[in-house]
Ligand binder design. Structure first.
Ligand SMILES: Nc1ncnc2c1ncn2[C@@H]1O[C@H](COP(=O)(O)OP(=O)(O)OP(=O)(O)O)[C@@H](O)[C@H]1O
Length: 222
């Protein structure tokens, strides 16, 4: 289970972006989160991905409460969640080839020896040719770079995936390819998914259920 329980979070302690947001994902479940721009969906997604420490509330990951975020989080928890953001350009180191970008989490966790084999496995799964893998971000399209960012998120075989507007900048065929790659990974591994977005039609089609932001803020039973 991935449980966000009464989470309050923001960027200035006195003025959080939201208070008391709750959302629970069952193991292997895919949930789409919809809501108005600026309400805090990405902030909540970052809390779920252990990238943003909440001001209050709890994140419980497969039965263990998370008590440390970012680099302070234990590796086992940090690597249990893979994350893909909306903007591949800001999420990718411009100095790395796409192959090295995909392998980054493996290198960072001391598993460099597995990198080549894992990249060879992931590249076709996200639709990247061997030639594209040699290029650096400036020499590929946004869609190709986002494919690499998805492969990077899958490289450590996370039990949970957080896709924060992953396809918002992409055309219909690239969107379909990335959604298919996520779903194929989920079928293979049983991973759960939190997909944040604005595209109701896409999220309804993609996810087991969709949740409205305002319902995350509602106290159960109220
Ligand atoms: N790093 C940051 N520092 C300060 N404020 C931020 C930061 N990131 C986001 N915010 C603010 O927090 C609020 C919520 O932003 P967030 O990106 O979580 O919303 P969102 O619901 O995902 O919006 P959108 O749908 O437009 O992506 C916004 O008012 C935003 O300006």
């Amino acid at each position: 289970m991935l449980e966000l329980d009464a989470v309050t979070a923001g960027y200035t302690p006195r003025e959080p972006v939201f208070r008391g947001a709750s959302l629970t994902l069952a193991p292997g479940e895919s949930v789409g989160l919809l809501g108005p721009s600026g309400c805090g969906k990405s902030t909540l997604a970052r809390v779920a991905a252990l990238l943003h420490r909440p001001d209050a509330g709890r994140l419980v990951l497969d039965g263990t409460e998370v008590t440390a975020w970012r680099h302070r989080a234990p590796r086992e928890q940090r690597t249990a969640v893979g994350v893909v953001f909306q903007q591949p350009r800001t999420a990718a180191d411009p100095r790395l080839s796409l192959a090295d970008l995909i392998a980054e989490p493996l290198r960072a966790t001391g598993r460099k020896a597995e990198a080549a084999a894992r990249v060879a496995e992931l590249a076709p799964a996200v639709g990247l040719t061997p030639e594209l893998l040699t290029r650096r971000p400036h020499a590929v399209s946004d869609g190709q770079l986002q494919r690499a960012c998805l492969a990077r998120a899958l490289s450590l075989r996370p039990r949970w995936l957080v896709c924060d507007e992953m396809t918002a900048m992409l055309d219909a065929s690239t969107t379909a390819a990335l959604v298919a790659a996520v779903e194929s990974y989920r079928r293979e591994t049983g991973a759960g998914l939190l997909a944040v977005g604005h595209d109701r039609v896409l999220l309804n089609r993609w996810c087991d259920r969709t949740v409205e932001w305002k319902d995350c803020l509602r106290t159960p039973g109220a």
